[in-house]
Write a protein that binds this ligand. Structure first.
Ligand SMILES: [Zn+2]
Ligand SMILES: [Zn+2]
Length: 534
C-alpha cells in the first residue's frame, strides 16, 4: 500500500494525491495549479487511464479544476463527491473550461501575430461535459462500499457547502488501514456553513496546513471593519473593489453586506450600491439560495424562515455582460465592486484593478488566501509600487486591506484541535500538505513536538504506508514567477527590491514604538519615497 503526492505538496494549490492498494489506484482531489506554475505545470505525473476511482473533497478549483483534463487524457472511472459538490462542479467546471478556451484564443492571436504555433487550451467545454456523467452523488456519513478491500465516506468539513473530509478503509494482504484526507478544514462561526465536524480514529492522516503558522485575530469583527472601509472609501469618492472567489467567498461577502445594510452600519451612505460581476458567482449564489438550502446552517435557515433572503438586498446589481462590467469603470459614482478571480490571476477583476489601483481614494479588500506567484499576493505583500496589467504599468496607490479573518480555513489552533480529536485511535503518521513550503515544514515540526510522526512530503514523492518510509523522495519546487523575475530584473534592481522588503520588515519590528519615533520614521520613509517617485 502506498501514497503519492501529486500536488499541494509544500504549496497551497493543485491538490492531488493517489493511494495504491491491490493494484487499484484511487485519486483524492484533482485540483488546478494556481499562481503561474510550480515549475511542473498542469501535467499529471501519472497516466490518467490507470486511475480506477476519483474522490473529490470539495468544489474549489484547486481541488477539482483538472478533472476535465483527467477525462481528456483517458480517465474512465467514477468520480465520487457530496451532492452540493457535484452541483457546484457542474457550474464551476463549465466556467473553468470557458476560461481555458478564451485564454487559448487570446494566446493564439498573439502567437499568430508573432508567427509561431497557437497553443491548445488545457481543456475544452466538451472535456468538461464528459466529467458530469461520471459523477456519483454521496451523502454525508454514508459509507460507500466498492469491494471487500475498499470503502469510503464523507464527513462535513465546514469549509464550503458540500466540503468534506474523506475517510478511506483499505485492505491489502489482510492488513486494514484507515486513511483520512482532510481536504480543506473549515472554521467555526463561518456564515451559512455548518460547524466543522471531528473524526476520532485513523491510521494515517493527510491534512492541510494553509494557516498552520498563524492564528486568526479574535478581536477582528468582519462586519464592523468592512462597514468602516466602505463608509471611509465612499466618503472620499472612491470605490471598494473586492477580488473574490466566485464560490464561497462571494456569498460570504454578500451575506455580510446584507447584514451591514440591515443594521445601517454605513451611516453616511445607507443606500450604497454593490455590483457583482462574475457569471459563476451569480450561478453559485442561485444554488446557495435555491437548490442547496438543505445544507445551510441553522442561523441561515432561521433567516430564510423569517422571510429574509440571506444573499440579496436593496442596491445589489448583478451584472450580466462584460460590456456592463466595463461601463462600471466609466461611472464615477462611488460603489462596491465584487468580481473574480479571488487571487487576481485571471478574470474581470484585473480590469477593475487597472481602473482603481492607482486612485488614492479607492480601496481593495482581499478576503482569501493569496498564493505565491499570484497578482493578489504581490499586491497584498505591498512590496511593489506598481503592477503590470494588460501591458500597462499601474501604480498601486489605493488602500489595501487584507481581511484574513474571512478565511474559511482553520487557523493554527483549530488545526491542532482537529488533529488532537483523533482520540480513539491516534494516527501512526500525519502527512502535512496544502501549505506553503515553510508552513508545511513548520507545522509538521510542531506535530513532531507533540509526539506525532509527521512528514511534509515533497512534490511527486511516494511513501510506503506500512513503514512510512519514502519510496521516492520527490522534487523541489521551482516557481516560474521566481524564475521569470530573476530573468527579467537586473541584479541592481533585485538588490533594491530586497532592500525594500527589508524596510517593510524593519517597519513591522517597530510596531509598539513611541509615537515620536514612529512619526519620525514615517516622515523619513515618506521623504525618501517622494524623492524617488518620479
Ligand atoms: Zn477550499
Ligand atoms: Zn484548498
Amino acid at each position: 500500500m502506498k501514497i503519492s503526492f501529486f500536488g499541494a505538496a509544500r504549496e497551497v494549490t493543485g491538490s492531488c494525491f493517489c493511494v495504491e492498494f491491490e493494484n487499484k489506484r484511487v485519486l483524492i482531489d484533482c485540483g488546478l495549479q494556481q499562481g503561474g506554475s510550480n515549475g511542473f505545470g498542469q501535467t499529471f505525473p501519472f497516466h490518467p487511464g490507470e486511475i480506477d476511482y476519483v474522490i473529490i473533497t470539495h468544489a474549489h478549483i484547486d481541488h477539482s479544476g483538472r478533472l476535465p483534463l483527467l477525462v481528456k487524457q483517458g480517465f474512465k472511472g467514477s468520480i465520487y463527491a457530496t451532492e452540493p459538490t457535484c452541483k457546484l462542479l457542474d457550474i464551476m467546471l463549465r466556467d473553468s473550461a470557458h476560461i481555458q478556451e478564451l485564454e487559448a484564443l487570446w494566446a493564439s492571436r498573439k502567437k499568430r501575430r508573432a508567427g509561431t504555433t497557437a497553443p491548445e487550451p488545457l481543456y475544452t467545454m466538451e472535456d468538461a461535459l464528459r466529467v458530469f456523467p461520471l459523477l456519483v452523488l454521496c451523502g454525508y456519513r454514508d459509507v460507500t462500499r466498492i469491494s471487500d478491500e475498499f470503502s469510503f465516506s464523507f464527513t462535513d468539513a465546514g469549509h464550503l457547502l458540500g466540503s468534506a473530509y474523506v475517510e478511506l478503509w483499505l485492505t491489502e494482504d489482510d492488513k486494514r488501514k484507515k486513511i483520512v484526507f482532510s481536504g480543506d478544514i473549515g472554521t467555526p462561526g463561518h456564515p451559512m456553513i455548518r460547524t466543522p465536524e471531528y473524526i476520532d480514529e485513523a491510521d494515517v492522516v493527510v491534512m492541510e496546513s494553509t494557516y498552520g503558522d498563524r492564528n486568526h485575530e479574535d478581536t477582528f469583527d468582519t462586519v464592523t471593519e468592512l462597514a468602516k472601509v466602505i463608509e471611509n472609501t465612499l466618503a472620499k469618492g472612491g470605490n471598494v473593489v473586492c477580488p473574490s472567489f466566485a464560490i464561497g467567498r462571494t456569498q460570504d461577502l454578500l451575506y455580510h453586506i446584507r447584514e451591514i445594510k440591515e443594521r445601517g452600519l454605513v451611516q453616511g451612505y445607507p443606500d450604497f450600491l454593490v455590483y457583482l460581476y462574475s457569471p459563476l458567482a451569480k450561478a453559485a449564489t442561485k444554488l446557495y439560495s435555491e437548490e442547496l438550502t438543505d445544507y445551510l446552517n441553522d442561523e441561515t435557515l432561521a433567516l430564510i424562515d423569517s422571510g429574509i433572503q440571506p444573499l440579496y438586498f436593496e442596491g445589489l446589481h448583478i451584472i450580466e455582460t462584460s460590456e456592463d462590467s466595463k461601463r462600471l469603470n466609466d461611472d464615477r459614482t462611488p460603489k462596491v465592486i465584487i468580481s473574480s478571480s479571488g487571487m487576481c490571476d485571471a478574470g474581470r477583476i484585473r480590469h477593475h484593478l487597472k481602473h482603481n489601483l492607482w486612485r488614492q481614494e479607492c480601496a481593495v479588500v482581499f478576503t482569501g488566501f493569496q498564493a505565491l506567484g499570484t497578482l493578489g499576493r504581490t499586491i497584498v505583500d505591498g512590496v511593489v509600487s506598481s503592477v503590470s496589467l494588460f501591458g500597462e504599468e499601474i501604480a498601486v496607490r489605493c488602500q489595501i486591506h487584507n481581511f484574513r479573518n474571512m478565511s474559511s480555513h482553520a487557523d493554527r489552533e483549530e488545526l491542532l484541535k482537529w488533529i488532537d480529536s483523533f482520540k480513539k485511535r491516534k494516527p501512526e503518521c500525519v502527512f502535512v500538505v496544502h501549505g506553503e513550503d515553510q508552513t508545511c515544514k513548520n507545522f509538521a515540526l510542531r506535530l513532531v513536538e507533540q509526539d506525532y510522526k509527521a512528514i511534509a512530503p515533497k512534490y511527486s514523492s511516494i511513501y510506503d504506508l506500512e513503514t512510512y518510509e519514502p519510496i521516492f523522495e520527490g522534487k523541489e519546487l521551482v516557481r516560474r514567477s521566481e524564475m521569470d523575475r530573476e530573468r527579467r530584473d537586473s541584479p541592481v534592481f533585485q538588490r533594491l527590491m530586497l532592500a525594500g522588503m527589508r524596510l517593510v520588515e524593519v517597519i513591522s519590528r517597530n510596531k509598539g514604538g513611541t509615537n515620536k519615533d514612529l512619526a519620525k520614521f514615517a516622515d523619513q520613509v515618506d521623504s525618501l519615497s517622494n524623492k524617488w517617485d518620479r
